[in-house]
Design a protein around this ligand. Structure first.
Ligand code: R5P
Length: 297
């Protein structure tokens, strides 16, 4: 292990230089992957924009029905046309979503669990889904929560490593999720540390949060980054968040509450899509949202 004394804070992120190992396949860091992996990734990331809109509705795995999503069976199906990937638990998907509605959308299967919002420390999880189950769910990636700097760091990185070993055998990509919690910081330094650790341990996609100097987080992470929405904020602000991270190099959003807790989730998801896939600014996307919820008579 390297000597930690006298670390350079930053050398050069080469922000103006594109990712170099990109001859052949359009998803960052995926050149050396096999056909099956690339097929799954191409279901997640649009070949034209290179980006993805993931709809996260896996919150029930530790929040039950208290996340503002009381009825998956009613709220989710109508949003499917506007998103590329459904991020959910196997129970949420199997019980509530008719597979005929999913069509060619991707599935990001939440594969860790073990805590509830009643716990003081949420950082202790287990790997709860095996490879056969992921194959049976037609998962395009499996999502593994990690707690860098948290009490459960070791076990969560063990979960990630086991998931990568297992998923490699079936050519299923792994989505490494950076958790933030009471014990974890939300600084650029933390996100640079956590995202890079996850990628180097084999995650093919990393989900994290926006922060100052986010473009440096993206530059130093050799796989695509998707950004969580976080707690509900006004629609205009959530669209600004989506715009900011896409313009700084994120390859998509993995947004939950800022879509499904909106008073107009269908229109909000369509507005997010405008930014992620069509290059709209936050202003343009918000104008689209306003027009959609107040149509001219
Ligand atoms: C929460 O535990 C999950 O990881 C969510 O998928 C994630 O937080 C994204 O959802 P939101 O945009 O609501 O934060």
């Amino acid at each position: 292990m390297a000597d930690l004394e006298g670390l350079k804070v930053a050398k050069n992120y080469y922000l103006d230089t594109p990712f170099q190992n990109s001859n052949g396949f359009y998803v960052k860091g995926a050149n050396a992957l096999d056909w099956g992996m690339k097929k799954h990734l191409s279901r997640i990331f649009d070949a034209k924009s290179g980006n993805t809109v993931m709809l996260a509705f896996d919150h029930g795995y530790f929040m039950g029905s208290t996340s503002g999503l009381e009825r998956l069976d009613i709220e989710i199906p109508k949003l499917i046309p506007n998103v590329d990937v459904l991020m959910a638990t196997r129970g949420g998907l199997r019980d509530c979503i008719d597979p005929a509605l999913i069509g060619n959308k991707g599935i990001a299967l939440r594969a860790t669990s073990g805590s509830s919002m009643l716990d003081e420390d949420l950082s202790h999880e287990i790997l709860a889904v095996d490879a056969q189950e992921a194959v049976k769910m037609n998962a395009d990636c499996i999502a593994i929560q990690t707690f860098i700097g948290g009490d459960g760091q070791l076990s969560s990185l063990e979960n990630l490593s086991k998931a990568v070993n297992m998923a490699q055998q079936y050519s299923i990509p792994v989505l490494g999720v950076v958790a933030v919690g009471k014990q974890m910081e939300r600084t650029p330094k933390f996100f640079k540390l956590a995202t890079r650790i996850l990628a180097e341990l084999g995650a093919n996609i990393v989900k994290t949060y926006n922060c100052e100097n986010f473009e440096e987080v993206v530059a130093a992470c050799p796989v695509p980054i998707v950004v969580a929405g976080g707690k509900k904020i006004p629609e205009r602000d959530a669209l600004q968040l989506a715009y900011d991270v896409i313009s700084k190099g994120a390859n998509g959003v993995d947004m939950g509450r800022n879509i499904f807790q909106s008073l107009h989730p269908f229109e909000m998801s369509a507005a997010v899509r405008k930014i992620v896939h069509e290059g709209a600014t936050a202003e343009e996307a918000y104008a689209f949202y306003e027009d959609a919820i107040h149509p001219v008579q």
